[in-house]
Design a protein around this ligand. Structure first.
Ligand code: AMP
Ligand code: ZN
Length: 458
């Protein structure tokens, strides 16, 4: 089937034609590893996982190479180590483990290669030496800088001129720079920081050179697709292109960027208090399949809004699909679903088609199509049945039971102040209650469920 992808570089949807017939190669910028992935970080993972699944479907799993790096050398990691007194390798190993667990819970396949930057220092040094030899970089005071104005196409990807970029960007002016736009390829490390010997003294690489060197080592001088969040277009991807092209590599043909994730219409940020990690959601009992479904329901080039309403609807839809596919052996994915994904990852269109199939299509095709989107509906069904048994058991949890009795008593005695206090306390602990007409109480477990908060109510 023809695959069409929107290419940031040409600003249009193009028919995808791999460099090597019948094979596809892709590089996606991965996380800097020092803390748990937040929900926004999951977006590029799931977007490019969908693309990876499509490419495997089209060319066969053995013909697709997908590289996603781990940035395990970075000043934010150094700061975290200094702050916590923990060794850097312990922090990066732990974070990588979390990342793979959390993304696995969302149904993301592991890429074929997951290089760590610290394992590719020698190729980075070699590339920097080459750039100096070719006149595109210079060493100064233990640093090596890339000469932005030596690359005439700089800014083409994001469509800006160098002068506009200088005006708009927070470029660091430093005495060792010939031009404020020049960016760091290598910088010196003091003894307390990670460092490697190099022709310019002991130091560490800049962020951008990492991806250029690892892509070259693992995918060669030319490969098909390069992806990442659109916050990386400038400067990270402009800089990757400048480095690789000036080193004489063709680099990536197709550039793809996902839009950002928001929460209830607002940017997710720690200061707004709407910041959460993938693990937070999983721990609150939101199934990974639900998170994946919500993420896929918005096209990757549109901003995506995470809302509780969408989460509830996704849970309901998946529940319906469980009923429709229970015990069914999957056949092959529906052509309409594959066609939608082949059209620049039209995941929303694919989901619309799945709704139609669940009403009138054959169940074996429906199940295979759900799997094609990376949703493991049997795993979801199993999780749901475990969850509902916990929910039933909830009422018999001693503290819930004691408070429920007290609440009923308070209402009978018309002690509404205490009744409201208990009701609000339940709500605060993530349990919404409704009073039944027969005097009983029904509990609904919310996403923020935290039974430990009930202790304060005693
Ligand atoms: P970082 O570790 O910050 O370099 O980010 C890792 C990946 O997550 C990059 O591809 C970013 O573009 C992406 N990313 C970060 N924040 C968001 C967000 N709010 N929505 C979507 N993608 C994001
Ligand atoms: Zn990168």
């Amino acid at each position: 089937m023809t695959i069409k992808l929107y290419n940031t570089k040409t600003r249009q949807k193009e028919v995808f034609k791999p460099i090597v017939d019948g094979k596809a190669s892709m590089y996606v910028c991965g996380p800097t590893v020092y803390e748990r992935a937040h929900l926004g970080n999951a977006r590029p993972v799931l977007v490019f996982d969908m693309l990876y699944r499509l490419l495997r479907h089209e060319y066969g799993a053995e013909n697709v190479k997908y590289v996603r790096n781990f940035t395990d050398v970075d000043d934010k990691i150094n700061a975290r180590a200094a702050q916590t007194g923990r060794p850097i390798s312990e922090i990066t190993d732990e974070t990588i483990g979390w990342f793979l667990d959390d993304m696995g819970a969302l149904g993301a396949l592991e890429p074929t290669d997951m290089p760590r930057a610290t394992e590719y220092i020698a190729p980075m040094i070699a590339m920097i030496e080459d750039l100096i030899a070719k006149g595109h970089a210079y060493a100064a005071e233990g640093h090596v800088l890339f000469k932005v104005r030596s690359y005439k196409d700089y800014g083409k990807l994001s469509g800006r001129s160098v002068d506009d970029m200088i005006a708009g960007a927070r470029v660091e002016v430093a005495p060792y720079k010939e031009d404020p736009m020049d960016f760091v390829l290598w910088k010196p490390s003091s003894d307390d920081l990670p460092g490697w010997d190099s022709p310019w003294g002991r130091g560490r690489p800049g962020w951008h050179i990492e991806c250029s060197a690892m892509a070259y080592e693992l995918l060669g001088a030319a490969f098909d697709i390069h992806g990442g969040g659109n916050d990386l277009t400038f400067p990270h991807h402009e800089n990757e292109i400048a480095q690789s092209k000036c080193a004489g590599h063709d680099f990536a043909n197709v550039w793809m960027h996902n839009e950002m994730l928001q929460v209830e219409g607002k940017k997710m940020s720690k200061s707004l208090g709407n910041f959460f990690t993938v693990r937070d959601l999983l721990d609150q009992g939101v199934p990974g399949e639900v998170i994946r479904f919500v993420m896929l329901s918005t096209h990757y080039r549109k901003p995506m809004d995470w809302t509780e309403k969408k989460r509830d609807e996704a849970e309901k839809t998946l529940g319906d699909w469980v009923k429709a596919t229970d015990g069914v052996v999957p056949s092959l994915p529906d052509k309409g679903v594959v066609a939608a994904i082949s059209d620049d990852l039209n995941t929303a269109g694919a989901i619309t088609r799945l709704h139609e199939l669940s009403k009138s299509g054959d169940k074996a095709t429906l199940k295979a199509s759900i799997h094609f989107l990376g949703i493991d509906i049997d795993k979801f069904a199993k999780e749901q049945s475990i969850l509902s048994s916990i929910e039933e058991g909830l009422k018999t949890a001693p503290i819930v039971e004691a408070l429920e009795i007290e609440l009923k008593k308070a209402r009978l005695e018309k002690n509404f102040a205490r009744a409201d206090e208990i009701r609000d306390g339940f709500k605060n602990a993530g349990l919404t209650i409704t009073y039944d007409s027969d005097g009983g109480i029904t509990f609904k477990r919310e996403a923020n469920f935290d039974p430990t908060k009930l202790e304060a109510l005693k």
